[in-house]
Design a binder for this molecule. Structure first.
Ligand code: SAH
Ligand code: SF4
Length: 361
């Protein structure tokens, strides 16, 4: 029997596992605090556990985050790690330090099946979902590395599920990972500081609202169905009217009173004043904030980044209409760590077709 990786469990899962070994629930909480708060992976270092329990754990379990294959540090302090997820595959995790916070951008899948036309991850196709251990292991690993490099005890204050993959297409593993991020016996982050970014899987958005309503970012990118069908093909399955209604429903339970709409600025494609006007109409009934993202090119991409003037003109049209719109700063440019540039290593991918969307959604 192979050892159980305890990083695969949220507190409920861990409590069950301990119960199956004839151990009390408080042991699960104790071990969770060692793993997720103290960053300890060896049971022998969990000093307040009885020796007999440590021996049992050594026999039955491991705490095993993904292995780090490489690390890059950009001139602005952004750090990117490539983590080994087996079969020659790698996923990327990015840490973005800012004055008052540190944000970790986590991957949820090896590749992505949703095939958005401007996305480097999507262009690689889909290989598989990450396990709970591989998702939460990115946080474990980043925290471990960052705390051993500096005196800052809590370098990571925010988590965004904006790395490789569509988090809501890996729902089963996403939820325990999110619960660990929020649990006071694990990471203890507030719901407002954990953000799931989605291209708009409507049923899963409704489910998230019930199961674990964290902050939500929706990758909108287009103000009408014709254009969004082209840029974000999942729109053919869940068109804008359905997506807007799901955003409104989500707000009943959301930790913030707005949805963040991400809008990538593609020169000549979706950045014209007419698009801004259409967008203002579209979101009329959804309390929201816009994050305008300069397109980050990657080898083989056909799009161009909108000019700074075009982005500013677009922003001012939105703000004049009473919307909040910020322009995302690109970080980690010199190490390709910006949004949409996370390529990792995806081997043995399955074929990328829109049919696949039927399966993931
Ligand atoms: N699958 C999820 C989360 C991962 S992508 C989603 O699509 O929301 C995270 C963000 O990066 C999304 O808003 C996505 O649209 C954006 N993105 C993808 N490719 C990009 C690129 N080349 N330049 C800038 N942003 C990009
Ligand atoms: Fe997948 Fe998000 Fe990239 Fe679209 S933008 S292909 S949903 S990772």
């Amino acid at each position: 029997m192979s050892a159980t990786n305890l990083l695969d469990f949220d507190l409920d899962g861990l409590t069950n596992w301990f119960a199956n070994q004839g151990e009390k629930p408080f042991r699960a909480r104790q071990v969770a605090r060692w793993i997720h708060q103290a960053g300890v992976s060896r049971f022998d270092d969990m000093s307040d556990l009885a020796k007999s329990l440590r021996e049992k754990l050594n026999r039955l379990a491991v705490v095993e985050p993904p292995r780090m294959l490489s690390e890059q540090i950009a001139s602005d302090g952004t750090r990117k790690w490539l983590l080994d997820v087996g079969s020659k595959n790698g996923v990327e995790t990015v840490f973005i330090p800012e004055t008052n916070r540190g944000t970790l951008c986590i991957s949820s899948q090896v590749g992505c099946a949703l095939d958005c036309s401007f996305c480097s991850t999507g262009k690689q196709g889909f290989n598989r979902n990450l396990s709970v251990a591989e998702i939460i292991g990115q946080l474990w690993w980043a925290n471990h590395t960052l705390t051993s490099d500096s005196s800052d005890e809590r370098p990571i204050t925010n988590v965004v599920m904006m790395g490789m993959g569509e988090p809501l297409a890996n729902y089963q593993n996403l939820i325990p990972a999110l619960r660990l991020m929020l649990d006071d016996h694990a990471w203890g982050l507030s719901r407002r500081r954990v953000t799931v970014s989605t291209s708009g899987l409507v049923p899963a958005m409704d489910q998230l609202r019930e199961d674990c309503p964290v902050a939500l970012a929706v990758s909108l990118h287009a103000p009408n169905d014709a254009l969004r069908n082209e840029l974000v093909p999942i729109n053919r399955k869940y068109p804008l009217a359905q997506l807007m209604a799901a955003c409104q429903r989500y707000l009943d339970r959301a930790p913030r009173d707005f949805i963040t709409f991400e809008y990538i600025m593609l020169a000549g494609i979706n950045d014209q004043p007419a698009h801004a006007r259409e967008l203002i109409e579209l979101v009329r009934d959804v309390p929201c904030k816009f994050n305008l993202i300069p397109f980050n090119p990657f080898p083989g991409s056909d799009y161009r980044r909108s000019t700074a003037e075009t982005v500013q003109r677009f922003q001012s049209l939105l703000t004049t209409a009473g919307l909040v719109a910020t322009i995302r700063k690109t970080r980690g440019d010199d190490i390709d760590a910006a949004c949409g540039q996370l390529a990792g290593r995806v081997q043995d991918k399955t074929r990328r077709t829109v049919h696949k969307l039927e399966k993931v959604a």
